[in-house]
Design a protein around this ligand. Structure first.
Ligand SMILES: Nc1nc2c(ncn2[C@@H]2O[C@H](COP(=O)(O)OP(=O)(O)OP(=O)(O)O)[C@@H](O)[C@H]2O)c(=O)[nH]1
Ligand SMILES: [Mg+2]
Length: 616
């Protein structure tokens, strides 16, 4: 048996899905979290059920990718039952979708989720009454508390049935439905779709177009609009019937403060800055701790072993890679993801997107793109994935450029580990400033020069709520896995290769070749440029390779401040790491990948040369 979860965005479908199946689909207080169909299985009293988590949608008849996905899914492979999830605090709007869903005639169970929040807001729902109005079973749940989730499957199995309710449309629409039925044998659903111009060219769609044209001429409103208005009216009536007295929302005033330019923008700046500072401070603290413990317990004992030289070289390379990955990058990445999950689940991120909207428009993006931009501080890889969800090619292209320029945690490691440690805190901050200016210039330039229109942003404010610590940790863990299981192995493999190349003298030979450019143009010893190139594998590798090749972790003793600064700026700017390149290639395309790589290499070496020219 197959069963699908359908509902508006952010009503808790994925959380219910996870609780039913025991899987870990991403759950977040940000509309549009699930963008594709997710499947899971569960066993109930000996029989296996397949559960499908669908993206959240506001309507079944629109033309967004998510709406089309849900519609095609229901039409082409109708599940045996649907679980319609509603948000108890927004019944009217949720019922609008439910009324449309009812027209598909698939057996359903209605789940009114977030009943805990409704209770807090003084909203009372008469679910018995709703059940008799809809003609389908209704269950009240609070997924975050696990309340009544256990009742869903038994109810689906015992009493799911097609909802009996039908929206009463205006006489003209009803007449059109009847004649389309008579003329083309269309069902009510097919006739409604055809009247709204949904579906591929067919006699029915052609015939419906003529009728819809007549209706439009008579009403000065398209059939699509009339149908929508009828459904809204019906949803409003049902909501008025089943939803009890509602107290004014107390969170309203907090929202006013967060979304008005003043004090909203200063608050946003403080939030972003404190996120960065927390990552810096807590990250460095953990970093030192881990590196010290690791050196004491692993590296020092390893050095006292008398192994053959090649084994020592390779072993050291692996150990250094583990310190670089687990000890240095991990604390930064983990803390960043925890902070991001918290900001997301409080509902603040939607306010940030709203505030950033105007600013981002200057860069050719809309406020929603603030999410990939902020995520990029953690790691560019998930940020590019998020950017590839933007609506137009133009936006995706611009976002790919800007996201890859944002200093990710690995680059933060270079900035803190090299510049802050050996040159100074202000020098480190100045790198962020340089990057910020370059990002703005790039965005403005691309926005002016890439053709294509700009979409406005339609983003629903997520409700403000206390994040659930367990969910926050689960989500951060889910995100960190990419780092642990994809980046770490890459880092280890890269280090072994580096160790071998160094051992056999290949690194030295390579250094000879790059020496003229490196020394003449950038003012850097040749091995430093070699280290830079290793940064393509993984940005931390640049740092680590530099330490390996210069033979000491105390970089200040072998390179001057300007040299270290130049090195850091170039590695921050030039080419994203290999994982980022791969993900741009997969999600956005080869042309953008090549353009981004060429652009960032040029930028890195131009600015690097400039610094040497001015300060060297
Ligand atoms: N208070 C409360 N919060 C809930 C409940 N159910 C879900 N949430 C929270 O609501 C937010 C949205 O949950 P998701 O499961 O991601 O929602 P979704 O319907 O899958 O959303 P999309 O994938 O965007 O369509 C998360 O922050 C959940 O923790 C509930 O019953 N009560
Ligand atoms: Mg979801």
């Amino acid at each position: 048996m197959r069963c699908a979860l359908i509902g508006n965005p952010s009503v808790g479908k994925s959380l219910i899905f996870n609780q039913l199946t025991g899987l870990g689909v991403e759950v977040s207080n940000y509309p549009g979290t699930t963008v594709e169909l997710m499947q899971g299985k569960l066993c109930h009293q000996g029989s296996t059920l397949q559960i499908v988590d669908l993206p959240g949608i506001y309507s079944m008849d629109g033309d967004s990718a998510e709406e089309e996905l849900v519609r095609t899914y229901l039409l082409s492979e109708p599940p045996d039952a649907v679980i319609a999830v509603l948000d108890a605090t927004r019944m009217e709007r949720n019922l609008y979708l439910l009324l449309q869903l009812a027209e598909y005639g698939i057996p359903m169970v209605v789940v009114i989720n977030m009943i805990d929040e409704a209770a807090q807001q003084g909203i009372i729902i008469d679910s018995g009454r709703l059940s008799s109005v809809l003609g389908a079973p209704v269950i009240e749940t609070a997924a975050s508390l696990g309340k009544n989730i256990g009742e869903i499957i038994p109810t689906v199995l015992s009493s799911a049935r097609p909802a009996g309710i039908a929206v009463p449309y205006t006489p003209q629409i009803e007449a059109a439905i009847r004649s389309l039925g008579k003329l083309y044998g269309a069902t009510r659903l097919q006739a409604l779709h055809a009247l709204q111009g949904i579906g591929s060219a067919s006699e029915l769609v052609e015939g419906a177009r003529t009728i819809a044209g007549e209706i439009e001429a008579l009403n000065h409103m398209s059939a699509h609009q009339i149908i929508g208005a009828n459904r809204h009216l019906c949803a409003r009536r049902i909501a008025a019937d089943v939803v009890g007295a509602q107290e004014p929302d107390r969170r309203f005033s907090a929202d006013r403060l967060l979304t008005k330019a003043i004090p909203g923008i200063p608050i946003l700046a403080v939030v972003l800055l404190s996120m960065l500072l927390t990552v810096f401070i807590a990250g460095s603290f953990l970093e030192e701790l881990i590196v010290e413990i690791f050196t004491l317990l692993v590296i020092e004992p390893f050095q006292t072993l008398s192994l053959p030289p090649l084994a020592t070289a390779l072993g050291m390379a692996v150990l250094l890679a583990i310190v670089a990955g687990l000890g240095i990058a991990f604390p930064f990445v983990l803390i960043f993801y925890i902070l991001l999950s918290i900001v997301e689940d409080t509902g603040y991120l939607t306010r940030a997107a709203f505030l950033a909207d105007r600013l981002m428009h200057g860069l050719g993006l809309h406020g929603g793109a603030i999410i990939p931009m902020v995520m990029a501080f953690g790691c560019n890889v998930p940020a590019v994935m998020a950017a590839s969800q933007l609506r137009t090619v133009r936006e995706r292209t611009i976002a790919a450029f800007l996201v890859t320029m944002v200093p990710c945690s690995a680059r933060t490691v270079i900035i803190t580990g090299i510049v802050a440690a050996f040159v100074g805190l202000w020098a480190a901050l100045s790198i962020y400033l340089i990057v910020l200016v370059l990002i703005i210039l790039t965005g403005v330039f691309l926005a002016r020069n890439i053709p294509g229109g700009q979409y406005g942003m339609i983003l629903e404010m997520a409700p403000l709520r206390m994040p659930d610590p367990v969910l926050v940790m689960k989500k951060s863990w889910g995100r960190i896995q990419e780092f642990l299981f994809i980046a770490m192995p890459l880092l280890l493999a890269g280090s072994v290769v580096l160790g071998a190349l160094d051992y056999y003298g290949v690194v030295d030979a390579f250094s000879l070749i790059v020496a003229p450019v490196s020394e003449g143009y950038l003012g850097l010893p040749a091995y430093v440029t070699t280290a830079l190139l290793f940064g393509i594998l993984r940005k931390e590798m640049a740092f680590e390779t530099l330490a390996v090749l210069s033979g000491t972790a105390d970089l200040g003793s072998v390179l001057t401040g300007v040299q270290l600064y130049t090195f850091a700026v170039i590695s921050v700017l030039f080419v994203p790491c290999i994982s980022t390149i791969a993900v741009i290639l997969r999600q956005i395309g080869i042309r953008v990948t090549l353009a981004v790589s060429a652009y960032t290499i040029t930028l890195g070496f131009l600015i690097g040369g400039l610094i040497h020219f001015i300060a060297g």
